[in-house]
Design a protein around this ligand. Sequence first.
Ligand SMILES: *[C@@H]1O[C@H](CO)[C@@H](O)[C@H](O)[C@H]1NC(C)=O
Ligand SMILES: *[C@@H]1O[C@H](CO)[C@@H](O)[C@H](O)[C@H]1NC(C)=O
Length: 353
Amino acid sequence: MYWKLLALAAAAYAAPQGFGGGGRGGFSLLRFGCSQIVIERLDPLVNPGLNPSPHIHQIVGGNAFNASMPSSDISDLATCTTCSFADDFSNYWTANMYFKARNGSFHRVPQIPNRLLDGSKGGVTVYYTSPGAGKVTAFKPGFRMLFGDSMQREKKGSGMKTQSCFRCYTGPNFKGDNLSPCFDPKLDTETFPPGPCLGGIRSNIHFPTCWDGKNLDSPNHKDHVAYPKSGPASFATSGDCPDTHPVKIPQVMLEIVWDTTQFNDKSMWPEDGSQPFMLSTGDTTGYGQHADYVFGWKGDALQKAMDGGCFGPTCAGLKTQAFTAANKCQVPLSVAENYDGWLEKLPGDGSGA
Ligand SMILES: *[C@@H]1O[C@H](CO)[C@@H](O)[C@H](O)[C@H]1NC(C)=O
Ligand SMILES: *[C@@H]1O[C@H](CO)[C@@H](O)[C@H](O)[C@H]1NC(C)=O
């Protein structure tokens, strides 16, 4: 339902003002672009202070990103952000995608701006949803969490397809984008798509929606958050939180569009026809897809947006910036290594750790 609304509302995105909450029961859905701020082997959550960390990431958001990050309010440290919501100084990062050619060389897969987000540079489309005014508690300064396990290479239990999936676009211009993320029984898979995708591949990652109400982080960066009692849910659905994690938080979803089209020529694929794409960890399964989040919205901007029935890339009272301004925000590269062009090995040798 939400996905249909999003599609219907798409035409109205050009309008300068956000949508009111009126006809949708007050639910909020922010959808906005954050350009890449840097690509490098740093991971202040899993490997704080380690330079370089084991595998390469693409990072978006505020310029307080660093090899280690304090648990204070990073919106006070950052002076700019690559997100189009100018008050969002959070950092979001994911693995990059690489292609391994038949001759054994690797190439980073470029990214393209998502639908309706022309002008964003690489990066990530970020969603925050709330089922209604007063229904979620925004994150506190210092809050961080990790989704997924970079070392995972096989299906666990009944799988996590509703939380982490790849969509195989059937043609240019996001063809095949008809159903809610991770919900298409044919085009969405928990693993890398087995064959060439004519319009590229999209990653979707959904973070948990329940919090213990106390801890801003936990040793594995996961135990302080949880899924609803009904289990991992798909995009923009609600569910009661368990007693251990009673506080409902906004659902954060990340979406990345990988332009795999220049690598679709099967004569470049392995002789046995197996799919040649991998995460920067060397994971060719896709089960190791993961994402990190460090909260950094200024003041109560996110709470207001979640209570305000906001929809899309604007929201009454929230500052936005054009991508021409957002793209100027940068973090200086602190790991000296090449990650582009044809490479003999993955940066860091594709260590999954
Ligand atoms: C990152 O950390 C280093 C070392 O602590 C420091 O010199 C640098 O100023 C920091 N950069 C930012 C953007 O905070
Ligand atoms: C490997 O294959 C790619 C794609 O065909 C090509 O562009 C690249 O130059 C090759 N690398 C080497 C070392 O032969």
